[in-house]
Design a protein around this ligand. Structure first.
Ligand code: AGP
Length: 579
C-alpha cells in the first residue's frame, strides 16, 4: 500500500523525490504529493497518477523533501486527501503509510481543542498532534506523539525550523539509504537503488533522524545501532529494460530467475526445521497462496509429509489446532494478513519459517528462520516471477527431501520456461479477449496453476475469471457454460489425465470454446480443442512451470489487447500492508 520517500542532501530535493515516487507508484497510485523544506514548508499534491510532465515543482524549493504515493484507505482519492498533510500552522508536514486505528477518537479531541482539518485522512491527526508538542525539536515531538497512536505506520516528517527529516515505523516497512552526503528513507529500496546500495532496514519502534551527513536511530528514547546491508539488487533491476510493461519484463526474466534461485538456494544454509517437520501448515495470500497449494501437493505426493494451506486472512481469526512447522510465504514479506498469521503461529509455540523475496522484510523478523526466493525486485502489481521463484524454492526443498532425486529437473527446467515464452498465443488471446467470463481448470498440482491463471486474468484484464478443480465444474458452474464462456484447461499427463479428458468432453458438449494446454503430441486433445497450446515439456516440474508461464502470458496479452493499464490495475496495489 502507499509508498513514501524522503531525501535530504545537497541537491534540489523535490525533483529527486518526484522521480523516486514514480518508482514507488506500484505501491499505490490514487494520488501523489511532495513537501519540500526551503525557507518554509511548501506542498504540491494531486489526485491521480504522476504525469510524465506537467506537475510543477518550481515552488517546491529546498534540499530536504518528503513524498507520498497513495492507495486510499481513509477518504476518497482526491487532491485534499493526497499526502503530505500539514498542521494548522502549515509548518509541519507528514507522509504516512499504514492505518491509524484510533484516529477517530484522536481527531475528536483535536477538533475540540480547536484544530482545523483539511482532509478526511487518518494521517492528518499526526500533523496536528505534533503541532501541540513541537517546541523546536522535531525528534522530541515525534517521540512524544507516537505512543498516542494505535495502528501501523511508516512516517516521514518535516518541520519548518528543524534541519532533519524524522522517520518512524511500526508494522509498516521503512528503509534508510546511506548516500554520499545524502540520506534517503523509503517504503522499499526501489527508489533508493539509483543512488546507493547501502541500506538500513528500520525495526518496529525505531525513530530515525536524517541529515545529509548522518542517520541517528532511536528505540524507546535511546540511541541504537542498526546493521547496514549492502543489497545485491541494482537500479537496472527496477527499470523496464526495453519492455512495454514491467509485467512482460518480469515474465521474460523468469528463465534466469528460476536458474538464479536454484543456484542461490544451493549455497544457502537450509534451516534444519524443514527436515524435522512432521506436519507443515502454510499461510499466504493471493499468488503466494496458489504457490503454497502447489507446495502442498509436492510435499504430500513426493515427500509423504502432511501439509495444509490456509489463507492467511482466515487463519489469523480462525486458526486450526496447530502442530508442527508453520511456513509464511510472501513475495514482499510485508503482507499484513500473512504477518499476523505467522505471528499467531509463533505465539502458539510453533516453529516458523518465512519464505520471502525481500531481504530484511517484516516476515523474516517474525520467523525463526527464513529462506530467500531470489527473484529480484518485482514491480508489476501482478506477481509473476515471484511465483516462479516460489516454485523454485519448493522444488529445491523437495529435491533435498528426496536426496537429490530432482536435481536434473532443477538444472533443466528453465528451458521449459524459455520455450513457453516463444509460443504463439494469438488464437487463445483472440478467444479470451471477447469473453465476459472464463473458467480455468486443472487437477492435482495443476489446479492451483488454474487458480493462478484465473487470478492473473481478472487482475489485469478485468474479465471475470474463475479457477476450478476440473472435477468440480459439474457440481454447479456447469450451469454457466455456454458458447460465450471459454474454458482454459491444463491437461497434463498423469494419473488424472483420463478423468480430465472426460471432464473436457462434457464441457465441449455444452458448446464451450476449449483452450487446452497439453502434451505436444496429444492428438486427442488437439482434435477436441478449439485452441491447442502445446506444453513444451510435461513432466511435473517443467509442466508446472511452463503452464504457469503460458497462463501469465495469456492474461498479459489479453489485457494488452483490451488496452488495460497492465502494471497498475485499477483499485490494486503491490504489497497489501492493511488487513
Ligand atoms: C497477485 O498478482 C497479487 N498482486 C497478489 O495476489 C499478491 O500475490 C498477494 O497480495 C500476496 O502478496 P505477497 O506475496 O507479497 O504476500
Amino acid at each position: 500500500m502507499c509508498g513514501i520517500f524522503g531525501y535530504t542532501g545537497g541537491s534540489q530535493a523535490a525533483a529527486i523525490v518526484l522521480e523516486g515516487l514514480r518508482k514507488l507508484e506500484y505501491r499505490g497510485y490514487d494520488s501523489f504529493g511532495i513537501a519540500a523544506r526551503g525557507e518554509s514548508i511548501q506542498v504540491g499534491k494531486k489526485q491521480g497518477r504522476i504525469p510524465e510532465e506537467g506537475f510543477d515543482i518550481k515552488n517546491l524549493a529546498g534540499t530536504a523533501a518528503i513524498g507520498h504515493t497513495r492507495w486510499a484507505t481513509h477518504g476518497i482519492p482526491d487532491d485534499k486527501n493526497a499526502h503530505p498533510h500539514r498542521d494548522c500552522t502549515g509548518k509541519i508536514a507528514v507522509v504516512h503509510n499504514g492505518i491509524i486505528e484510533n484516529y477517530a477518537l484522536l481527531k475528536r479531541g483535536l477538533v475540540d481543542r480547536g484544530h482545523r482539518f483539511s482532509s478526511d485522512t487518518d494521517t492528518e491527526i499526526i500533523a496536528h498532534l505534533l503541532e501541540e508538542v513541537y517546541k523546536g525539536d522535531l525528534l522530541a515531538a515525534v517521540q512524544a506523539v507516537l505512543p498516542l497512536i494505535d495502528g501501523s505506520y511508516a512516517i516521514l516528517v518535516l518541520a519548518e525550523a528543524d534541519p532533519r527529516i524524522v522517520a518512524a515505523r511500526s508494522r509498516s516497512p521503512l528503509v534508510v539509504g546511506i548516500g554520499d552526503e545524502a540520506m534517503f528513507a523509503a517504503s522499499d529500496m526501489t527508489p533508493i537503488l539509483e543512488y546507493t546500495r547501502r541500506m538500513i532496514v528500520l525495526e518496529d519502534g525505531d525513530v530515525a533522524c536524517l541529515t545529509p551527513a548522518a542517520v541517528e536511530i532511536y528505540q524507546k528514547g535511546s540511541r541504537v545501532r542498526r546493521n547496514e546491508e549492502i543489497v545485491r539488487w541494482s537500479s537496472e533491476d527496477v527499470r523496464k529494460g526495453g519492455f512495454r510493461h514491467f509485467m512482460l519484463k518480469e515474465i521474460f526474466d523468469q528463465p534466469a530467475v528460476f536458474s538464479d534461485a536454484v543456484r542461490a538456494l544451493r549455497k544457502e544454509e537450509l534451516p534444519g526445521i524443514i527436515r524435522e517437520a512432521g506436519m507443515v501448515t502454510i499461510v499466504a495470500c493471493g499468488t503466494s497462496y496458489h504457490a503454497a497449494l502447489i507446495f502442498k501437493y509436492l510435499l504430500e505426493e513426493q515427500c509423504r509429509v502432511a501439509a495444509r494451506v490456509e489463507l492467511a486472512s482466515e487463519f489469523r481469526y480462525f486458526p486450526p489446532p496447530l502442530e508442527g512447522l508453520v511456513i509464511g510465504i510472501s513475495q514482499s514479506g510485508e503482507t499484513a494478513d500473512t504477518l499476523m498469521a505467522l505471528e499467531l503461529a509463533r505465539l502458539r509455540g510453533c516453529p516458523t519459517l518465512a519464505i520471502v523475496n525481500v531481504v530484511g522484510s517484516s516476515l523474516t523478523r517474525i520467523a525463526d528462520a527464513s529462506l530467500l526466493m531470489h527473484a529480484g525486485p518485482e514491480i508489476s502489481v501482478a506477481a509473476t516471477k515471484s511465483f516462479i521463484a516460489e516454485l523454485a524454492v519448493f522444488f529445491h526443498l523437495v529435491d533435498i527431501m528426496k536426496q537429490g532425486a530432482w536435481a536434473h529437473h532443477l538444472d533443466s527446467a528453465h528451458r521449459a520456461i524459455e520455450e513457453a515464452l516463444l509460443l504463439d498465443l494469438g488464437p487463445a488471446v483472440a478467444c479470451c479477449s471477447q469473453a465476459k467470463d472464463i473458467f480455468f481448470v486443472g487437477r492435482g498440482a495443476f489446479y492451483p496453476v488454474a487458480l493462478e491463471g484465473a487470478l492473473k486474468m481478472k487482475e489485469i484484464s478485468y474479465i471475470h475469471a474463475e479457477g476450478y478443480a476440473a472435477g468440480e465444474i459439474k457440481h454447479g458452474p456447469f450451469a454457466l457454460l455456454s458458447p460465450e464462456t471459454p474454458v482454459v484447461a491444463v491437461c497434463a499427463p498423469g494419473e488424472t489425465y483420463g478423468v480430465m479428458a472426460s471432464n473436457i468432453r462434457e464441457m465441449k458438449a455444452r458448446g464451450t470454446p476449449l483452450i487446452l494446454l497439453g502434451e505436444k503430441d496429444d492428438r486427442d486433445l488437439q482434435e477436441i480443442a478449439d485452441v491447442f497450446i502445446p506444453l513444451p515439456s510435461a513432466d511435473t516440474v517443467s509442466g508446472l512451470l511452463s503452464a504457469s508461464v503460458i497462463l501469465q502470458l495469456l492474461a498479459y496479452h489479453t489485457a494488452d489487447a483490451l488496452g488495460k493499464d497492465i502494471d497498475r490495475p485499477r483499485n490494486l496495489a503491490k504489497s497489501v500492508t492493511v488487513e
